[in-house]
Each structure stands twice: as structure tokens, then as C-alpha cells.
Design a protein around this ligand. Structure first.
Ligand code: FAD
Ligand code: SF4
Length: 515
């Protein structure tokens, strides 16, 4: 009785119980598939990272003595889709049972569930053993279409997993040290940002396969080499490097942005999202390692750095996954603000005069990376203020970032950044004028627009667009006590200035391509 076990590209979890025992009758299948390159247009680095990591995982399993079939696009070119491939391989190797780990994407989960119910094979699905919140517990903590406060969820997770908790009380007396974490870089700070930990993975053969099979992609990759960690060893090196060099300032500069750091675009961020999302690293392993560093170097690493980092992984990451599953598939079509504009062409070439946007887009296209505030407050904010259709926004984010998998991309993009999800994630939109960008970055200094002006040729587009957005959605937003003040400020402004501001915004909206 033979078994075929499918390993998807984001299921590269070496500690899964599948690998606790070796069995000559079990064949592991890892396959590059056209269906996985084409569901959205991808950045070249994202395609290369997944294919490279899959190949490395297959090699590691083979070395450890497992039977592994690693198939490239060349081998699967004639298979219509994943299901056809599974049937073909199961027949070829006379496997009666097919096992898979539940996918984290609705698209793949539905495809495999249908196969499971229709198939003549014995099909068994099992947990990925990756996330901390068990899948079955999502429905006990979340309700469809209901807002759950991230902070409450996060505190419960801290207690449940005994992370930075002393006798049910938070270590250091506070659950949240966010207020210490909103600093901008000074010139002196900029001079001492450590270099990022980059790798030199040769992906030449993957790129030639993508070209041969006419996979459509975008973005850049310097010298056909990938700087992202794609093996377990590299992922651990990234984590160690983060602990040694970056953790001590992680929280402090978490929200800061700069166009003056040519050698380090990820600043004090960990660059671990790809390794985490491909399941090369386990979230608890990462959290515990970081806390150990803090315990070993208390004079150099403050609690607020470690708490800030823990909140991202134990809090936000687990939270958005739960929001995704409790609300799918309806979540994918939510568009409460009825935004319907299309993405301007500079999303594909970064050529806009707005320096904040141009820098964040250029960096995304060159490196497949932007940090949280660039994604939320620069690119996301621009899309929301200009009313871009959230389908377009989702597709762009899902394609461009190295770590973009729908379960984490969509709640962050459609929910948190676009406020399109009926307030399931955020109770108010993350809308900002140029003032916020100027407070958190040095972008405005070298911008052709003037961040202090609302109207006129040189006026920062975000200023008038912000007020236009707030006015357009006044009925919906005014009732929110956290926003009421904004309208009081607007009402205090002179009528003529109000009119000029709205006219300026309309001009910009009609000329989005020219910004
Ligand atoms: P660090 O800043 O070092 O953070 C450490 C880890 O915390 C990350 O690796 C990530 O696993 C986790 N994390 C941090 N913030 C979040 C968050 N909001 N949601 C979930 N996990 C988080 N993250 C993705 O992994 N994939 C995405 O497709 C994605 N899309 C995003 C879209 C938008 C509009 C926004 C605002 C955020 C998005 N994020 C996404 C979250 C965050 O921006 C990235 O996780 C982070 O930039 C990855 O870089 P890093 O590993 O250096 O992160
Ligand atoms: Fe961005 Fe406005 Fe600043 Fe230019 S002036 S960088 S457009 S916020």
C-alpha cells in the first residue's frame, strides 16, 4: 500500500510530523506548477524564491533519506493543473492514498477539498502544524463580519503561550510599548544602520525555465541572484543576524522611513517574512529566540523592542490569518467605499513626482520588499485616498512582495490599508496627509511637491486628497468618535480654502497618471 504526500511551495516545514519516520512506501511530491505562477502576475523574485526554496527542501529531504520527487515546470508542462498532476503521479507510482497538508489559501484549499470529495483515491488532509492558533479554534474566537480587537487577541495569545508573561501579568507591567516606537531617523542614526543580511542564491536556471514556459512576471533581480533566505540554514542565519545586530533598535525605528539608506532598504526589520510564510521557520521558534536574546543582553536590548517584535508575529500574523479564514470567500469582494479607479502606470515603473511613493514603489520593484509603514502609509494610503479598486490593489500587493500569500496579504491590504472590509480589521481608515509622511521620513525634503501646501502647482497631493477623502466619506466616518475631531478642524477652515482644497483634489484625481 503506497502513499503519495503532496508538499506545497509554502509548506516547507522540516519539523512536520510527516518527517518523524521514514517509510519506503511513502513518496513525497514537490512540484513547480504553471497554475501557481499564473493566478496573479508575480514579481520575478517571488517566483524564484518559492521555486528555489522548494528545490532546497526537496534536496534536504532526499539527503535525510526520504523518497522525494521534485518536478520542475519542464516535467509538469502537460499537467492541466495540480489535480491532474496528483492523479498522474499517483497512478504512475501505484499509490492508493494521497495525503496533503491543508493549504492556507482559499483557492488551493477549495481545489483540493473538491478533489478529496470526488476522488477514487483515498485522500487524507492533515494540519500544517505551523500556526500557533489551531485552525479549529478560529471560530471560537472570531465571528464572521465582526471586528475583533487585535490587542485583545494578542493579550490572550501572550497568556495562552506564556510569552512575556509573569503570573498572568505582562512582563514589565505593560502589554504594549508602542508609544516608545515612533521615532524618525536623525542624520547620526542613518550613519549607523547595520547592513542587511543578504544571500547570494543563484537562480539562473529557474529564470530560464520561467522564460521557456512563458511565465509572465515583472520586477527586477540583479545578476540573477536572490538575496532572500531559501534554506533552513539561511533562514536561521537571518534570525541570528537580526538578534545580534537589528533587534536592539527594531521597535525604536519600526515606523521610520528614509530614502537616504542606499545599502539597507529593510532598515531594522528582520526580513523573515518569506521564511516564516514558506514555513521554513516556526513562529514560536522565532519568538523564543528573540526573547532569549533580550534575556541575555538586558542592558542593550530593551523590553519595548522585543514586545514590539513579538506583537507582530504572535499578534498580527496569527490575527490576520484568523480574519481571513473566518471571512472567506466573502472577504475577497468587499469594497465598502465603492472604490473603482485603476492603478496608475507608475505602480509598474515608479515614475511619479511624489517622492514618498516613487521611492517605495522603486524599492518594491527592485527588491520585492517594502516595510510595513511603506506598504500601509505610503502605497496603501495613496491607493485609498485616490479610490483605487481594492481588487487591483490586492493583485498588485499579492504579486509584488516576496512574502505575499493571500491569507496574510488580503486582510492587510483590503482590510487594514484600504478600509474596504466594512471595518472588520480597522475601526477607522489609516488615512494620512503629507504631514504624517513628513513626520516619519525624510522623503519630503527631496520631493518636487511642497508638503506644507494644500493648494497650488506645488501642493503635496496627499494634503488635498486627504480632505477630499474625508469629505466624501463624511457620513460613514463622522459618527466614529476617533475621527470626529478631524471634521471639527475642517469645519473651522475658511470656505474658500475648503473649496480650493477640494478643487485641487479633483484636479489631481482627474490627472492621476501625471502625479
Ligand atoms: P518585520 O517588521 O521584521 O516583522 C517581523 C514579522 O512579523 C514579519 O516577518 C511578519 O511575519 C510579521 N508581521 C509584521 N507585521 C505583520 C502584519 N501586519 N501581518 C502579518 N504579519 C506581520 N506580510 C506578509 O507576510 N505578507 C504580505 O503579503 C503582507 N502584505 C501586507 C500588505 C499591507 C498593505 C501591509 C500594511 C502589510 C503587509 N504585510 C504582509 C505585513 C508586513 O508589512 C510584512 O510582514 C513585513 O513588512 C515583512 O518584513 P519583515 O519580515 O522584515 O518584517
Ligand atoms: Fe510625499 Fe507629499 Fe512629502 Fe512629496 S511632499 S514626499 S508627495 S508627502
Amino acid at each position: 500500500h503506497k502513499t503519495l504526500r503532496l508538499i506545497l511551495g509554502d509548506q516547507l516545514n522540516p519539523s512536520h510530523s510527516w518527517y518523524k519516520q521514514k517509510d519506503d512506501d511513502t513518496l513525497y511530491l514537490i512540484a513547480e506548477l504553471k497554475q501557481e505562477t499564473d493566478y496573479v502576475k508575480h514579481h520575478i523574485q517571488k517566483l524564484c524564491a518559492f521555486f528555489n526554496a522548494m528545490e532546497n527542501f526537496a534536496t534536504a529531504l532526499k539527503t535525510a533519506g526520504f523518497n522525494v520527487l521534485h518536478l520542475t515546470l519542464d516535467d509538469t508542462a502537460d499537467d492541466k493543473d495540480l489535480i491532474e498532476l496528483l492523479k498522474r503521479i499517483a497512478d504512475k507510482y501505484q499509490c492508493e492514498t494521497i495525503e496533503y497538508q491543508y493549504p492556507d489559501e482559499f483557492r488551493l484549499k477549495s481545489q483540493l477539498a473538491k478533489f478529496k470529495s470526488d476522488s477514487s483515491f483515498d485522500v487524507i488532509a492533515t494540519d500544517t502544524e505551523h500556526f500557533l492558533l489551531p485552525f479549529t479554534e478560529i471560530k471560537t474566537r472570531f465571528t464572521k463580519n465582526k471586528h475583533v480587537t487585535m490587542e485583545h487577541f494578542y493579550r490572550a495569545m501572550r497568556k495562552q503561550f506564556d510569552i512575556l508573561v509573569d503570573d498572568t501579568k505582562p512582563t514589565g507591567g505593560k502589554w504594549n510599548f508602542d508609544s516608545n516606537n515612533r521615532n524618525k531617523f536623525s542624520k547620526a542614526d542613518l550613519a549607523c544602520i547595520p547592513k542587511p543580511k543578504l544571500f547570494n542564491n543563484n537562480v539562473k536556471s529557474i529564470i530560464s525555465r520561467l522564460n521557456k514556459h512563458k511565465v509572465v512576471y515583472f520586477g527586477e533581480i540583479a545578476d540573477q541572484r536572490l538575496e532572500w533566505p531559501t534554506t533552513r540554514k539561511q533562514a536561521i542565519e537571518s534570525l541570528e543576524y537580526f538578534c545580534e545586530h537589528l533587534l536592539s533598535c527594531f521597535g525604536h525605528f519600526q515606523d521610520a522611513m528614509t530614502d537616504q539608506s542606499k545599502n539597507n532598504t529593510s532598515l531594522y526589520h528582520s526580513r523573515l517574512s518569506f521564511a516564516l510564510n514558506a514555513k521554513i521557520l516556526h513562529p514560536l521558534y522565532v519568538i523564543k529566540r528573540v526573547i532569549r536574546e533580550y534575556e541575555q543582553r538586558p542592558s542593550e536590548i530593551s523590553l519595548s523592542q522585543v514586545e514590539g517584535f513579538t506583537r507582530q508575529i504572535l499578534g498580527w500574523r496569527e490575527y490576520v490569518r484568523a480574519i481571513y479564514w473566518i471571512n472567506m470567500p466573502d472577504y475577497a469582494v468587499k469594497n465598502q467605499l465603492k472604490a473603482k479607479n485603476t492603478l496608475p502606470s507608475y505602480f509598474w515603473n515608479s515614475s511619479t513626482k511624489m517622492n514618498c511613493l516613487s521611492h517605495s514603489l522603486k524599492q518594491s520593484l527592485e527588491t520585492a520588499y517594502a516595510h510595513h509603514i511603506q506598504r500601509l502609509m505610503v502605497i496603501g494610503n495613496f491607493c485609498m485616498l485616490t479610490g483605487i479598486n481594492p481588487d487591483d490593489v490586492d493583485n498588485w500587493y499579492l504579486g509584488v512582495y516576496i512574502d505575499a500569500i493571500e491569507w496574510v496579504e488580503m486582510p492587510n491590504t483590503r482590510g487594514m490599508s484600504q478600509f474596504a472590509d466594512d471595518g472588520i480589521i480597522a475601526t477607522k481608515p489609516y488615512a494620512a496627509s503629507g504631514n504624517y509622511i513628513n513626520k516619519m521620513s525624510d522623503y519630503c525634503k527631496s520631493c518636487q511637491y511642497d508638503v506644507k501646501q494644500k493648494v497650488g502647482d506645488k501642493a503635496c497631493p496627499l494634503n488635498s486628497l486627504y480632505w477630499h477623502f474625508m469629505n466624501k466619506h463624511r457620513d460613514r466616518l463622522e459618527k466614529n468618535p476617533r475621527i470626529g475631531m478631524v471634521y471639527k478642524n475642517w469645519d473651522k477652515q475658511e470656505k474658500t480654502l475648503q473649496e480650493q482644497t477640494l478643487q485641487q483634489a479633483i484636479y489631481y484625481l482627474n490627472n492621476l497618471e501625471a502625479l
